[in-house]
Design a protein around this ligand. Structure first.
Ligand code: HAM
Length: 416
């Protein structure tokens, strides 16, 4: 009996060729500006002690209260698939004493993250982020640089229809002052039990509520922006002036709170106009109390996470995904056993020079191999038969024009 096929779990994003090449292109583009700014790779586990997220990300958040993939491992420990990257980076920085070395610690990461959300276009249960974290510096200039790195990543994809929103969630003094007024305001609202419970843990969460009735109630709530301490105000003003010097346009959104509890001071979001409900292509901010919350020293930090899946959707919507970078330069069609062996050698040498080269394997007839070359999208094709082997020259054929010229096999590198 034929066995039933097994399908991927619901709501995961996965990329198979040819789409995976577009994914790879997006991820590389988003990582490059971080590398160029001196950030180093941090490769971390995809699962962590559950406490890292309950303590780090916060129990009032949807991410922790509703969306974590948590399970008991074989040793009876509570483990969670990472829903985000910042808490894990902080854990590793503390564990490996990087905070005792030169500051700021500047790292980037890229990988899969997991949130049990209701799947829809642009929202997945396993999705991909590229992120950076800069730890141990209060200077507003680094806030601007972090934002600029994200901005540069999106621009390098060719994206135009996105905007940057920023706000400041202030220092602890600002938040304490605001907290008192916000609590007063919220206590006069008629809220269901679950909502008032969340408000008790973190009243800012109500600004993030997607329900229209709550949005309406919160539209008149006191805004944190109006309670910023002198220090927070000065810091935020400096971030803005650096962004202006960098010619990065932004809008201030005083209602932005972000979905994770650790944020303080400068916070930001990149929003793409073509993506409908899941329009956030990246976001981040300061988290000045997080390291201490996780048992480390009182060091500040700032970073971002960019959604690779959504950036790809945005690039497709703006039709900026290039085709040509994904295709081979040369497709070699060997005819016969000796030619095949020679093709392996030639291809290997040309790859050593940085050319992308494919070989038609198998015992396909010439016609079938030509079809495969055409399908591969390769720029050039050569047929390698007995006469080519004895003369040492091949006809280098350009696929798009059909033009061809005779080239010495030893000069193929220059000819390409
Ligand atoms: P976040 O805003 O939760 O921040 O996620 C960052 C980005 O990941 C979002 O802007 C979005 O593009 C993408 N994303 C989030 N959830 C999903 C999903 N279910 N499906 C597809 N894409 C998604 C963080 O995760 C913070 N750790 C960022 C950060 C780093 N803040 C400071 N440092």
């Amino acid at each position: 009996m034929k066995k039933e096929k097994i399908q991927a779990p619901k709501g995961v994003s996965e990329y198979v060729p040819p789409a995976s090449r577009e994914f790879e292109w997006v991820r590389e583009k988003l990582i490059t500006p971080a590398r160029m700014a001196g950030y180093s790779l941090m490769e971390l586990p995809t699962f962590e002690d559950t406490q890292l997220f309950t303590r780090g990300v916060g129990e009032s958040t949807d991410v922790v209260s509703k969306e974590m993939y948590t399970f008991e491992d074989r040793g009876g420990r509570s483990i969670t698939l990472r829903p985000e990257g910042t808490a894990g980076v902080m854990r590793a920085v503390i564990e490996h004493n990087l905070d005792r070395g030169q500051l700021p610690v500047k790292v980037w990461y890229s990988g899969a993250f997991f949130r049990a959300e209701r799947p829809q276009a642009g929202r997945y249960r396993q999705f991909y982020q590229v992120g950076i974290e800069a730890i141990g510096l209060d200077d507003p200039a680094i806030d601007a640089e972090v934002i600029a790195i994200a901005d540069q990543g999106f621009k390098s994809l060719g994206l135009k229809r996105f905007r940057l929103e920023i706000t400041s969630l202030g220092d602890s003094a600002s938040r304490a002052a605001h907290h008192i007024e916000l609590d007063k305001y919220i206590s006069n609202l008629d809220l269901d039990e679950a909502t008032s419970q969340r408000a008790k843990i973190n009243p800012l969460r109500l600004f993030d509520d997607k329900r229209d009735e709550i949005k309406k109630l919160m539209s008149k709530a006191p805004l944190l922006m109006d309670y910023l301490s002198q220090e927070s105000m000065t810091h935020f003003a400096e971030v803005q002036s650096h962004l202006k010097a960098l010619k990065i346009s932004f809008a201030i959104n005083p209602y932005m709170v972000r979905g994770l509890d650790y944020y303080t001071g400068t916070t930001f979001e990149f929003i793409h106009e073509d993506l409908g409900a899941q329009s956030g292509i990246g976001g981040g901010g300061r988290y000045d109390g997080l390291m201490e919350q996780l048992g480390g020293q009182a060091l500040s930090g700032i970073g971002f996470g960019l959604g690779v899946d959504r950036a790809l959707l945005a690039a497709r919507a703006e039709e900026v995904v290039p085709v040509e970078t994904f295709t081979s330069q040369l497709f070699i069609i060997p005819l016969g056993a000796q030619a095949k062996s020679e093709a392996l050698v030639i291809a290997s040498q040309l790859r050593g020079h940085g050319h992308v080269v494919e070989i038609a394997f198998g015992e396909r007839a010439l016609k079938g191999a030509m079809k495969a070359a055409d399908k591969s999208g390769a720029k050039f094709v050569v047929v390698l038969g007995d006469s080519e082997l004895s003369s040492g020259s091949v006809e280098l054929k350009e696929m798009s024009s059909g033009d061809s010229k005779s080239v010495r096999i030893t000069s193929l590198h220059e000819a390409l």
